[in-house]
Design a protein around this ligand. Structure first.
Ligand code: GRF
Length: 203
């Protein structure tokens, strides 16, 4: 099975997935890393791993639809079983989300359905949350919604600002995204609308 990962920047979640796939000797292959930004730092890491990279620069397109069509072409060239959004910072069109329905995942640094969208950590702090976390979910047409594959918690600690909280959540993301992706690839999950059940309990 081929995996295509979309990034826009740092790509630390992509890195965690690549390292985990290597360490655990996944039979699935990280076939390509695609960025909408030519300067995304994660592209360099992917290249050092011998992974194919591509850039589909959104600035080169007049409409979201045209960008998404080009992106779909770049992705489908790698015949993906699953498309993994890892810090991919573009709103996707319904045509795009429909094309990858049931085979596109995202990670969001909050306990969805709380705090979808941007500035999640700041908003969680301002709301006085004592717990924060991250969510791996299936991608639907609605931003940061869809069936929840995995969710995990960290405490909000005294003295936290958005940077400190986001670093704590990011460390968690690096654990949970590779694991949830492995469940998905191994067909260990059962989808029932928004509810997702692990077939044999966690592994
Ligand atoms: C992560 O916090 C992820 O949850 C969010 O964007 C950030 C991406 O970080 N969607 P990285 O590019 O994976 O380092």
């Amino acid at each position: 099975k081929n995996v295509v990962i979309l990034i826009s920047g740092r790509g630390s979640n992509m890195e965690a997935i690549v390292h985990t796939a290597q360490r655990e000797r996944w039979s699935a292959r990280i076939a390509a890393v695609i960025s909408n930004r030519p300067d995304a730092a994660g592209l360099k890491f992917a290249q050092t791993q011998g992974i194919a990279t591509a850039v589909v620069d959104h600035k080169a397109f007049e409409t979201r639809e045209a960008f998404d069509a080009a992106l779909m072409q770049a992705i489908d060239a790698h015949d993906p079983a699953v498309v993994v959004l890892a810090g991919f910072m573009r709103i996707l069109t319904p045509v795009f989300t429909a094309h990858y329905a049931g085979r596109m995942l995202n990670i969001h640094p909050s306990l969805l359905p709380s705090f979808p969208g941007l500035h999640t950590h700041q908003r969680a702090l301002e709301a006085g949350c004592q717990l924060a976390g991250a969510t791996v979910h299936g991608v639907t047409a609605e931003l940061d919604h869809g069936p929840i594959l995995a969710q995990a918690l960290v405490p909000v600690l005294p003295g936290d600002d958005a940077d400190r909280l986001s670093a704590r959540v990011l460390a968690l993301e690096h654990q949970m995204y590779p694991r949830a992706l492995r469940w998905f690839l191994n067909d260990e999950l059962e989808f029932d609308g928004n509810r997702v059940r692990h077939r044999m309990g966690e592994s």
